[in-house]
Design a protein around this ligand. Structure first.
Ligand code: TRP
Length: 335
């Protein structure tokens, strides 16, 4: 295939920090499978990013494997896409060193996530936490990715990756593709079931606030039964009806129906019945993910085959880019 016919490359990393929420799934992850049609996709579990915060090794290893299985269960096909674990491809860290040398201390000091995390982990402000965005730039640039799906919290990091690419290109000649961000729309709109003005979050203290994609049906039903609504009685999408709006949005995502169709369907019905119906719809919607996840976790040998193959393919692709970058910089050839 010639360069002009080449499909665009989409790349994203996810930290192995536990099960996704319904909000993550709807907003980002469920789209990943669909993107495989249009793009060459590269997805990885960002385990190297994760160790910027101290981890218990055994549970960290377990979470990395679970997260990998979960991405496959959510529709990433390890044959069509490259799906791997970051630490299995050494080229990210290699390029990260190089890119660190075209990144300014001042730029990294301005990263709001660094400032937040440094405040939160004041006893462990390690250098990795500081250079984290450089590794992220390397993740992206080492595949010359065109498009990077990320959450809003990663916008500043992507902007830095773009600046690094441009700067490298100016200094050493055209080398890196300057990546574009791809921001989820709907996910940001899925709110907590308990405080529907707040985003649904993985780390909510209230166990009824967040639906996780591996929750079983009973758990899902319990959470929806307890979902906060309002003192009105009408099921319609309207200003000030945050709880109902959220439930309508969720119902619409889970069933593919529009909000207007959902309003019509529930016209004249009570909130109690509506909440049960939303719970049922979400349970049905997530059931295939849960089943596939269980199947994969039962077959570790297959999972390992997938991530090994993914790492090898990732290595080959990224190695071409790294070798070229090394030449541009003036490192001496040795092969
Ligand atoms: N930093 C991202 C996050 O915390 C994860 C990540 C690492 C990533 N490398 C990436 C995302 C490269 C997109 C591209 O969510």
């Amino acid at each position: 295939m010639s360069e002009t016919e080449r499909k665009k490359v989409i790349l994203s990393g996810i930290q192995p920090t536990g099960v996704f929420t319904l909000g993550n799934y709807v907003g980002a992850i469920r789209n990943w499978g669909a993107l495989q049609e249009e793009f060459d996709c590269i997805y990885f579990i960002a385990d190297q990013h994760a160790i910027t915060v101290r981890k218990d090794p055994a549970s960290f290893r377990k979470q990395t494997i679970e997260s990998y299985a979960l991405t496959l269960a959510c529709g990433i096909d390890p044959k069509r896409s490259i799906a791997f674990i970051q630490s299995h491809n050494p080229n990210h860290a290699q390029l990260s060193w190089v890119l660190g040398c075209v990144t300014q201390f001042g730029e990294l000091s301005r990263m709001t996530q660094f400032k937040d995390k440094a405040a939160k982990h004041a006893d462990d402000i390690n250098a990795g936490l500081f250079t984290y965005p450089v590794l992220m730039a390397a993740d992206i640039l080492t595949y010359n990715a065109d498009v990077v799906p990320i959450g809003d919290d990663q916008r500043q990091h992507l902007e830095l990756a773009r600046n690094i690419a441009v700067r490298f290109n100016q200094r050493y000649g055209e080398m890196f593709t300057v990546p574009e961000g791809y921001y989820p729309k709907v996910g940001a709109r899925i709110k907590s079931l308990q405080e529907p003005t707040k985003k649904m979050s993985k780390s909510d203290d209230n166990p009824n606030a967040t639906v996780f994609i591996l929750d079983d049906k009973d758990t899902i039903m319990r959470k929806f039964k307890r979902a906060v609504t309002d003192s009105d009685t009408e099921i319609r999408f309207a200003e000030g009806k945050d709880g109902i709006n959220n439930l309508l949005t969720i119902y619409s995502c889970a069933t593919g129906k529009t909000i207007a169709e959902a309003e019509k369907e529930f016209a004249g019905k009570g909130y109690g019945d509506f909440k049960l119906a939303v719970g049922e719809a979400v349970a049905d919607y997530l059931e295939p993910v849960r089943t596939e996840y269980a199947r994969l976790m039962d077959d570790k040998a297959y999972l390992k085959e997938c991530w090994t193959d993914g790492a090898q393919r990732a290595f080959r692709l990224s190695n071409k880019v790294l070798t070229k970058a090394y030449r541009k910089i003036g490192f001496v050839d040795y092969r």
